[in-house]
Ligand binder design. Structure first.
Ligand code: DGY
Length: 321
């Protein structure tokens, strides 16, 4: 019998067509984010599901659908999947690493630069018709080239950001990660492992690229922000829950740090109201991997995983093989 799968969000029509060659596909017709009850109803009888970071699949969902064999997440992050629950029930989870590394690093670097050089704030000023003259310190920001780049989380995307900073902008690269990179990887970048407190104290531009978990929840809160330089910037392209948004908004308002660039938010798409009222923050709607080519590659890789898992192949990027 042809397996049935759920495609929980809209994806590229070509990818959907490819899935239909292998499966009976129930696709989300209008790209709404299913409520937990809707998701559960849609998963009835499905052997596989293609999800995004917006769908939570935990022990309760898996127990309600014991026939489910694989969930292919169209994201590198998979904090929406309770992997311990997947392991305990022998359900496979897959993600989409590698295909988005360079694109996401491009965006992270761009957001850091836009933050340092006050691009959003100055653009709003211009659009509001407030620009009447050139002046020597108008929107003066922080230097990027030659400054100290701090990276929290040094996986693939962190390393790609480090390359941009070290090789393109002559930045000194400090990083903190659970594990240190081999010396052969550190050397070409001049990257130096430091403890978290040193990273916070010394970074001119701190970029967050670590996965979200209970351990990284609010890894940047009031105490950490207090250790940063008042001239420093903070950029988050990882996951919202890593930063305490209320504490960050207060630090920005009181200029305890210079500025922040945020692509991800705790509870997104809701954004903490305090962040919307501080001028020195650049806000984008979780688009770090959003180029046409990369999003297509992510959809295709998620489909490859789903097809392989349910047709006796080897899924290319399993999370819990
Ligand atoms: C990812 O791939 O994890 C991005 O954040 C998109 O969800």
């Amino acid at each position: 019998m042809t397996p049935s799968v759920l495609v929980a969000r809209a994806i590229y029509p070509e990818t959907l067509a490819r899935l239909r060659e292998h499966f009976v596909v129930e696709a989300n017709p209008d790209d709404t984010v299913y409520t937990p009850a809707e998701l559960s109803a849609r998963l009835k009888g499905k052997l596989g599901a293609l999800t995004t970071g917006s769908e939570r699949i935990d022990a309760a969902v898996l127990d309600a659908h014991p026939q489910l064999r694989v969930v292919a997440n169209m994201a590198v992050g998979y904090n929406n999947l309770d992997i311990a629950a997947f392991d305990a029930r022998g359900v496979l989870a897959t993600n989409t690493p590698d295909v988005l590394t360079e694109t996401t690093a491009d965006f992270g670097f761009a957001l850091m630069m836009a933050t340092a050089r006050r691009m959003a704030e100055s653009e709003h000023y211009l659009r509001a018709g407030r620009w009447t003259k050139w002046s020597y310190d108008m929107f003066a920001g922080a230097e990027v080239h030659g400054s100290t780049l701090g990276i929290l989380g040094m996986g693939r995307i962190g390393q790609a950001i480090a390359r941009r900073g070290a090789l393109g902008f002559g930045m000194k690269v400090l990083y903190h990660n659970r594990s240190r990179l081999p010396a052969a990887q550190e050397a070409p970048l001049g990257a130096i492992w430091v403890d978290k407190a040193t990273l916070l104290r010394q970074a001119d531009h701190l970029v967050l690229v670590l996965p979200y978990s209970a351990a990284s929840h609010h890894a940047i809160g009031a105490a950490e922000l207090a250790q940063m330089k008042p001239t420093a910037t903070l950029t988050n392209i990882a996951r919202g829950g890593i930063v305490d948004d209320a504490a960050l908004a207060a630090a920005l308002r009181e200029r305890r740090i210079a500025a922040a660039g945020l692509d991800v938010f705790e509870g997104e798409p809701a954004v903490h109201p305090d962040l919307l009222t501080v001028p020195n923050v650049v806000l984008t709607p979780h688009i770090a991997s959003a180029t046409h080519r990369t999003r297509r590659a992510m959809a295709e890789l998620a489909a490859d995983n789903l097809i392989a898992a349910l047709t006796g192949g080897t899924p290319p990027t399993p999370v819990n093989p």
